[in-house]
Design a protein around this ligand. Structure first.
Ligand code: LMR
Length: 398
């Protein structure tokens, strides 16, 4: 019956993670998957999470189904977090959200809803983008095109190219945008550039779908949501996928949200119902535990403050590692331009390493990076950064 099925080649990031876990060299280094590692190389349990988790586990008892859209307290807390409290009050009624299975789950629920109601629209992702953007929207039935984004000559954003491509898109095109900490390049837009994007999106009647999985890792919680805030303030309707995998270090709990900001409360009610229809037909309703953790932290002033300081600690450690790797590379190969390590932001940097160099890093040094040349700087720490600089210098200098 199934003999005609081809073998799924696997996902470039998740397959790499399996290969890393199977690696036997004790000094292996994981610069592959986008998972924050602390100064000891461990995926941390955040203090704020540890403070609430035992009580939630103890209180858990029976676990009846959550409503299709998830916990209302969670959905409100997340919407307030991503919009900022003043804007949240201002758009009350026309912003709606569902509790999703991480960021991917939010993208999938949004994709299914859009396919029903924008069947002829094309989806555009940045070139390059996170591989799952293409996978989710293509398997969801959309044609997926791209807009110019990364400029290998400057290691920054090809902003003129991006804007020109946005200006060519037909009305109702769905544009996937990364508000901060672009995955995979780490190259972000400035505020002035976002303002220009918002203008084109509004003028051309495009449908922005923002994917925010790293809020707080570039500049800070509020600053990193600038693109979202600017769109809402300009009266643009949008979808926003949110993930707490990284910022709460709750990868396996699959905690996220899909937020929609609409023209008015009546439209918002219908949009929410369409999201619910997608959820019911996919997985019926979300799990409880991870959402309870995030809700407990976000709705307690002291815990929320501590969580914000933990996000700041992660952000600054990644910045320090960027500086260490930059200095290490400069001292080894002064002619190499590695300033992109300092200008790119968040968890990822696009090193320009080609697949053969990435393979040499793995085979000769036990250093795992994504074949595209993306590294996760959160995998660097005091004990390995010099060895990584040595290995990078070797493979880049040959
Ligand atoms: C990544 O980009 O490495 C993360 O978002 C993990 C994933 O699911 O790909």
């Amino acid at each position: 019956m199934f003999s005609h099925l081809p073998l799924y080649a696997g996902d470039p990031i998740l397959s790499l993670q399996q290969a890393y876990l199977a690696e036997t060299r004790a000094d292996k280094v994981n610069l592959g998957i986008g998972a924050y590692q602390d100064a000891n190389g461990a995926i941390p349990t955040l203090r704020s999470v540890a403070a609430v988790r035992p009580q939630i586990a103890a209180d858990q008892g029976a676990t009846p189904y959550l409503p299709i859209a998830g916990s209302k307290t969670y959905r409100d807390a997340v919407t307030e977090l991503v919009l900022g409290s003043e804007r949240y009050e201002k758009v009350a009624g026309r912003a709606v959200a569902i509790q999703s299975l991480g960021g991917s789950g939010a993208l999938k629920v949004g994709c299914d809803m859009l396919k029903r109601h924008f069947p002829d629209s094309e989806v555009f992702i940045s070139a390059p983008s996170w591989p799952n953007h293409q996978a989710i929207f293509e398997t969801g039935g959309f044609k997926v095109g791209s807009y110019r984004y990364f400029d290998a000559a400057t290691n920054g954003v090809d902003f003129d190219g991006m804007l020109a491509d946005l200006q060519q898109m037909p009305a109702r095109s769905i544009v996937i945008l990364h508000p901060a900490c672009h995955n995979p390049t780490g190259a972000d837009l400035t505020r002035a550039q976002w303002d220009a994007v918002v203008k084109v999106v509004a003028e051309r009647g495009l449908l922005p779908f923002l994917d925010m999985a790293y809020q707080g890792f570039a500049e800070g919680i509020d600053a990193d949501a600038y693109a979202v805030h600017a769109m809402v303030d300009a009266g643009v309707s949008l979808l926003l996928s949110v993930s707490f995998s990284k910022t709460f270090s709750l990868y396996g709990e699959r905690v996220g949200a899909l937020v929609a900001v609409c023209d008015d409360a009546d439209v918002a009610r219908r949009v929410l119902s369409q999201m619910e229809m997608s959820i019911r037909a996919n997985y019926s309703s979300p799990p409880t535990f991870g959402g309870r953790i995030v809700t407990s932290v976000l709705t307690d002033a002291a815990l929320r403050k501590d969580w914000k300081s933990e996000v700041e600690e992660m952000r600054t450690r990644m910045l320090q590692m960027r500086e260490r790797l930059h200095a290490g590379m400069k001292s080894r190969v002064p002619s190499l331009d590695v300033d992109y390590l300092l200008t790119q932001r968040g968890m990822f940097s696009y090193t320009g390493l080609n697949p053969a160099q990435v393979e040499r890093l793995r085979a000769d040094h036990g250093i795992y990076a994504v074949g595209s040349g993306r590294i996760c700087v959160a995998g660097l720490r005091d004990e390995n950064v010099d060895r990584v600089a040595d290995a990078f210098a070797q493979v880049m200098d040959d």
